[in-house]
Design a protein around this ligand. Structure first.
Ligand SMILES: Cc1ncc(COP(=O)(O)O)c(C=O)c1O
Length: 409
């Protein structure tokens, strides 16, 4: 069943449906243990205190969770943001600027419904998004009635979209701009200067910057800067025109907990919370308590980072110098240039039992070409031994099928 006027149909095919259709008629080889590198779902267990806290807080199952969460949760999130991005104390007004959400997917979707008007200066509003992009940005734009504008985030652009390069006519029509750093799927990280420029661009053209920072804690060099930090650096600490979103799914390997947060511009947060008064499903109280415990602990996050760093080191050993391999600055994906992503995905499933996502399904063709078609996205979400073994199988298959193998090909 689709939205009656088919708005979500126009968002194009959903990547995971397309992958199922692509691989539907082929089977992995006998004896090969299938490995899914197609979905960004961390496979290691979250810390044991998550289950313990949920059990201890069981009385909360008998209460409706408040739309803006608890004061304790808002305080934990504000403290985490302040410490992580070295914000001036008091910059984040926890009560006015924070809403915990049931994962950032629903929040990325709903925020568009909260801020995109029917018309901007008499014309259809625009939603800016990187290309390739997390599919929810496009679904949100479509549901909100905005025209999606795909901005290349290919190798030539450092794998990040350059919104400032767009004509004023588009920028003035923009109601919302999604930005993701570290980027899914490319792992590129925006500098603090780039984020400051982006905040200023959003304010100059009066659109909402939605900074999707759910991979912010998976980094392999310096911690990536964030949009709240950019707001602080621009002076007075105002977050006007900006919201940041973050999640425990990646940071704490807890995708099933479904807890994240939105923080930023108080007026936008007021509208967002009002929308949620009608249609929101806030995190249940026992889960929110577990989330608070996670936000107050960095030890498990450090262990998580170390575990991903070991997987990327293994990937470099196995694939380095081939398929345009590069070690990403953040996130947990490899973005490999294999010439034909769909053909590679089919061969990898049929010949090696490895499921990957063709880059084609994560991007759209525009006048400047298709920034995803030659690529596959490989989510390194399995433990090291599984990752190493599966990547070796992958490397053999890609080599055998004669897909692009030399660096830069
Ligand atoms: C770029 C990006 N943003 C947001 C999300 C949503 O994560 P969650 O809803 O678990 O917070 C994902 C999940 O894969 C993602 O890749």
């Amino acid at each position: 069943m689709m939205v009656p006027d088919g708005r979500l149909d126009t968002a194009g095919d959903y990547p995971f449906d397309r992958l199922r259709a692509l691989l539907g008629d082929c089977q992995p080889p006998d004896g090969a243990v299938p490995v899914a590198f197609s979905l960004g779902e961390p496979q290691q267990a979250p810390p044991a205190f998550v289950a313990e806290t949920i059990a201890a807080e069981a009385a909360g199952w008998g209460k409706y969770p408040p739309i803006r969460g608890t004061a304790d949760a808002r305080a934990a999130i504000a403290a985490w943001l302040t410490q992580r991005y070295r914000l001036q104390p008091g910059m984040i007004d926890a009560d006015a600027m924070i809403v915990p959400v049931s994962g950032t997917r629903e929040a990325l979707f709903m925020i568009a419904l909260a801020v995109v008007p029917e018309r901007t200066s008499g014309v259809r509003p625009v939603a800016l998004m990187p290309n390739p992009f997390y599919q929810v940005y496009l679904g949100a734009a479509a549901a909100a009635g905005a025209e999606p504008v795909f901005v290349p985030a290919d190798r030539e652009h450092g794998f990040l979209p350059d919104y400032a390069s767009l004509p004023d006519e588009i920028l003035d029509r923009a109601a919302i701009a999604y930005f993701c750093s570290p980027a899914n799927p490319q792992g590129a990280v925006a500098s603090l200067d780039a984020l400051k420029n982006l905040v200023e661009l959003a304010r100059a053209h009066d659109f909402l910057l939605v900074s999707d920072e759910c991979y912010s804690e998976l980094y392999y060099g310096k911690p990536p800067p964030g949009a709240a930090e950019a707001c602080a650096a621009l002076g007075r600490g105002s977050m006007s025109g900006v919201v940041v979103m973050n999640s425990l799914s990646k940071r704490s390997s807890a995708p099933g907990l479904r807890v994240g947060f939105v923080a930023g511009d108080p007026e936008v947060m007021r509208r967002f919370a009002r929308l949620r008064d009608y249609g929101g499903a806030p995190p249940p109280l026992p889960l929110l308590s577990a989330a608070v415990a996670l936000w107050r602990d960095e030890e498990h996050v450090e262990a998580n980072r170390a575990s991903y760093a070991a997987r990327f080191a293994a990937a470099e050993e196995i694939l380095g110098g081939r398929h345009g391999f590069y070690a990403p600055e953040g996130g947990f994906y490899l973005w490999l240039d294999v010439g034909d992503g769909e053909a590679a995905a089919r061969s990898l499933w049929r010949e090696a039992g490895i499921r990957v996502m063709p880059g084609e399904y994560l991007a759209r063709e525009t006048d400047s070409g298709h920034p995803g078609a030659g690529y596959i996205r490989v989510a390194l979400v399995h433990e090291l031994d599984t990752t190493r073994e599966a990547l070796s199988r992958m490397s053999d298959t890609l080599g055998r099928t004669g897909l692009h193998s030399e660096d830069g090909s």
